[in-house]
Design a protein around this ligand. Sequence first.
Ligand code: AMP
Length: 218
Amino acid sequence: MNLILLGPPGAGKGTQAKLLEERYGLAQVSTGDMLRAEVKSGSELGQKAKAIMERGELMPDSIMIAMLGARVAQPDASRGFILDGFPRTVPQAEALDVLLRETGMPLAHVIELQVDDAALVERISGRFTCAKCGEGYHDRFKACRIAGTCDKCGGTEFIRRADDNAATVGARLEAYHRQTAPLLPYYGAQGKLRVVDGMAEMAEVSRQIEAILGAPRG
Ligand code: AMP
């Protein structure tokens, strides 16, 4: 089963993708994580990505389409994948349609996490992750049980994304509304779009998504 999670930055796509990865055995494909790995490695692509991400703008479609194509050709994607952060523009969605058709990997659902803009700034500015295992936390909504120690792996180092600040969030939301929101009618016309209430508690959002997907097999 191949899925897309759509929604503005801070809607909970990454969190839900991780849960679906565990529960349904799907591969989480996050183009944002892939770009952050490039930035960390200091590659040429990473240097270009760093500047664009800090401005809250989108990377060029051609680069992202090539990156996604290489990623879904990896063996782990053959068991099914969840796209988190791709596509973000209509040309990316069109390229994805071609890729999925050519490789015989049908798209089951496109799930939109609906969240009010007003809630996003607060959600984004407080979030951080464990440097070791990637578990997500939030200053207000999900603190570590023991301050400074990851609940999941005991790690003591945490990362805050460079673009998770009030100044960049505005540009990221603007990019979402202008460039990514047109994907909602695009997938609506394909009969693939399902909407869940991204303002609900994390567990309730998962429940709504699982109601769409059906129980995991096996
Ligand atoms: P994310 O982690 O999905 O919020 O992505 C972080 C940043 O990476 C975005 O603000 C964009 O600058 C860039 N990015 C990630 N995925 C894409 C994409 N599919 N197309 C263009 N830019 C992207």
